[in-house]
Write a protein that binds this ligand. Structure first.
Ligand SMILES: [Zn+2]
Length: 259
């Protein structure tokens, strides 16, 4: 949507906060913020007043800035999944899978994508999706609370149903190390080799590799390629019996945890 401006704001060592501005109405929202102080300074500098925070999940490096942002901007609404109601500071609006709501004339959609945490959500707007720590470029979040089955469905059923051209805004700059791991599973995947070369050039300039697109993830992300013979073969020795996709994902995740 031409009206939506997304600004990436790096925080901490590798987090991304996203500042959303509707260029038609001037409405401003923030997606996840660990540290309020630099965000408040940035908003002041740009003379912007946020009306909403969209939280993807409850981890402190995504919600740590909520309370101070609320103190600074009275009436700031905080959105998160209903199951996380007790874990999101300042929550005002619980949302569930399939919900959609209007912000400044733009429609936001909600996908419940458990796996990294049980209350993880993605927000869709226009051709963008904000995935927090569930889907990363060439990777996925650790399974802190959810099961491999949940993560499989979140990535390969719910997120994968969005148009392939969807731009994926994830919560951390992990792309280079994710690609390094992915290439241990699929060393001959040309899309992966091409992406690694592109990402090295981007990082050499100190620039973000986010957003990616779903289309790129289908071609490079091992957690969205659990049906690919090379990926199955790479973890074959860790599988009992038939290579069920969720079992392949679990084995890939375990290998990444040890990488
Ligand atoms: Zn997290």
């Amino acid at each position: 949507m031409a009206n939506l401006k997304v600004t990436l704001v790096p925080q901490l060592s590798d987090n991304y906060v996203f500042l959303l501005e509707c260029q038609q109405t001037g409405e401003v929202a923030v997606v996840d913020c660990p540290d309020a102080e630099p965000m408040i300074a940035l908003l002041d500098e740009k003379q912007l007043t946020p009306s909403k925070i969209f939280n993807t999940h409850h981890h402190w490096d995504h919600v740590g800035g909520n309370e101070d942002l609320i103190s600074e901007h009275e009436g700031l609404a905080v959105y998160a999944h209903s199951s996380d109601a007790s874990r999101i500071p300042g929550l005002t609006t619980s949302v569930d899978h399939g919900a959609s709501f209007e912000v400044a004339g733009m429609t936001f959609g909600v996908l419940h994508i458990p796996g990294h945490t049980t209350g993880a959500v993605a927000y869709t707007i226009a051709d963008c999706v904000f995935t927090g720590d569930t889907l990363f470029a060439a990777g996925c979040g650790r399974l802190f609370e959810g099961t491999p089955e949940m993560m499989y469905e979140s990535l390969n059923v719910k997120l994968a149903a969005l148009p392939p051209s969807t731009r994926v805004y994830c919560g951390h700059e992990y792309t280079a190390s994710n690609l390094e791991f992915a290439l241990t599973l699929e060393p001959d995947n040309q899309a992966l080799l091409d992406k690694q070369r592109a990402v090295q050039a981007i990082r050499a300039q100190g620039k973000p590799t986010v957003p990616t697109t779903l289309e790129e993830e289908f071609a490079t992300n091992p957690f969205m390629r659990c049906d690919q013979p090379a990926v199955i073969q790479a973890v074959r020795s860790k599988l009992d019996g038939e290579p069920r996709p969720a079992a392949v994902l679990a084995a890939v995740r375990a290998a990444k945890d040890a990488f």
